[in-house]
Ligand binder design. Structure first.
Ligand code: QAP
Ligand code: CO
Length: 181
């Protein structure tokens, strides 16, 4: 939600769901209306992503189950990308290993294998259709965020042992925090 206070536009930092929250498993629905509330959600998602020092955030992670992702993989943090209703048209045969983290899985980084290059079709916030050929970190990030829209988390690609270790640690951390608060 955005609030106008005089001339100031106040954006909100949204709550990020933490793995293994079952709401991270909900499949997001296509966006049908490219309206003002949608633009406000996008602004809030960027605010949330930058505040958390992230490079990508899917709507699913902030408990909004619509097909919307925001990204900024630039070192200067000034290249905002919004992908609405993204679909992958092509993937390269070549796969690569890349270290991944996730704002919903704080403190854990693990290597995941994915196609090196992808061709994605998406809509921007004005409702116009675009295509983007991505490689490297951008490609990894788009694939990671698109997984979220389908209820998938990068941890799902790891061994059962690693999944259980991560779950145990995050549940334990949460329990500690609830004693304090
Ligand atoms: C997905 O993830 C990604 O654990 C985006 O303590 C990440 O922005 C794709 C973050 C890496 C490709 C490579 C994670 C921030 C941010 C943490 C993120 C943390 C603070 C993760
Ligand atoms: Co993630």
């Amino acid at each position: 939600m955005q609030v106008f206070f005089g001339n100031f536009l106040i954006m909100a930092i949204l709550n990020i769901l933490q793995y293994p929250d079952s709401r991270l498993r909900i499949k997001a629905k296509p966006i049908e209306l490219f309206d003002k509330p949608l633009k406000e959600t996008i602004a809030d998602m960027f605010e949330t992503m930058y505040a958390s020092k992230g490079i990508g955030l899917a709507a699913t992670q902030v408990n909004i189950h619509k097909r919307l992702i925001v990204l900024d993989v630039s070192p200067e943090r000034d290249r905002q990308l919004v992908l609405l209703n993204p679909t992958v048209l092509k993937t390269s045969e070549e796969k690569k290993l890349h270290d991944e983290g996730c704002l919903s899985v704080p403190g854990f980084y693990e290597s995941v294998e994915r196609p090196d290059k992808i061709l994605v079709e998406y809509f921007n916030s004005d409702g116009s259709k675009h295509q983007l050929e991505a490689g490297g970190l951008l490609s990894v990030c788009i694939q990671h965020e698109m997984d979220h829209l389908n209820g998938k988390v990068f941890v799902d690609y790891l061994s059962r042992l690693k999944q259980h270790r991560i779950q145990k640690k995050l549940i334990k951390e949460k329990a500690k925090l609830s004693v304090i608060n």
